[in-house]
Write a protein that binds this ligand. Structure first.
Ligand code: 9D3
Length: 248
């Protein structure tokens, strides 16, 4: 997958993209990341990327011309891969809230483009060249760079071959619709706290059942909203009734 990122701060991406999974995904050619500095597409001698808002008000607004120029240049590069339209995604607090379902949807494209706004936002006319706009949640950040990294991370790990076989994406917490239960490793006792006996029992059936119940319990306690849409068996529902009654 070709990923073009338009930003005034390309250096922000160096750390996250040169470590761990995203590093390996690039080395193995699962993804190819193209960073474009929006300032390189400014049209005036001072390389002005932002200006004061019409009508007055605080802060600066990113000018439309460099963004249009940058999108057109970047599309020509990743562009017409396999005939599909490349999503041009504007990162903005006003976008649709990012979810695992959106990550799945984006992972199906051969190329993606992200426009990172900064300052107080981008000129509204830029929405016309975007095909989508996404927010990563209801909190205020300083720009779209961290959201772009979050989305690239979530999408890249869904691409075939990026995760090892030992770390399949099919039983991801948000793919099953439930939170994961607790995990333990050695030592079996640490600072007086023991690992639950059942995990040391060797009874795989009992372990599976216990894990499912822990997952349901945690979801019930921390994210009850997820239970409305989770795929639940009769047995799951019976266990949830016990949790609600306070006897589990
Ligand atoms: C202080 C300016 N705000 C007016 C009330 C609007 C505003 C514009 C731009 C607030 C933050 C930003 C910078 N953030 C993003 O560009 C952004 C973002 C975010 O702040 N939260 C969650 N997702 C995203 S995606 C892009």
């Amino acid at each position: 997958m070709d990923i073009a990122i338009l930003t005034l701060f390309p250096d922000m991406f160096a750390g996250p993209f040169s470590e761990s999974m995203l590093k390996r995904a690039q080395e193995w050619d699962h993804i190819s990341i193209h960073l474009h500095n929006i300032r390189d597409y400014t049209l005036d001698k001072h390389h002005t990327a932002d200006d004061t808002p019409f009508g007055g008000g605080q802060g600066m607004v990113m000018k439309p011309e460099p963004l249009f120029e940058a999108v057109e240049a970047a599309l020509a590069e990743v562009g017409s891969a396999e005939g599909q339209e490349t999503p041009v995604i504007l990162l903005t607090p006003q976008g649709r809230p990012f979810t695992q379902a959106i990550a799945q949807e984006l992972s199906q494209y051969p190329a993606l483009m992200f426009i990172c706004g900064h300052y107080e936002g981008v000129d509204a006319r830029v929405e016309a060249i975007a095909t989508d706009s996404i927010s990563i949640g209801d909190y205020v950040l300083t720009g779209g760079e961290l959201p772009a990294m979050v989305i690239v991370d979530a999408v890249a790990r869904l691409l075939p071959g990026v995760l090892g076989d030992d770390m399949s994406a099919v039983d991801d917490s948000f793919a099953t619709g439930l939170l994961e239960g607790p995990a333990y490793t050695r030592p079996a006792e640490y600072r007086g706290e023991s690992v639950p006996d059942i995990l040391l029992s060797g009874d795989h059936g009992a372990v599976d059942k216990w894990r499912r119940q822990q997952s349901l319990k945690r979801t019930f306690e921390r994210r009850p909203d997820l239970l409305d849409t989770a795929d639940l068996t009769k047995e799951d529902q019976a266990y949830l009734e016990k949790l609600k009654a306070g006897d589990a």
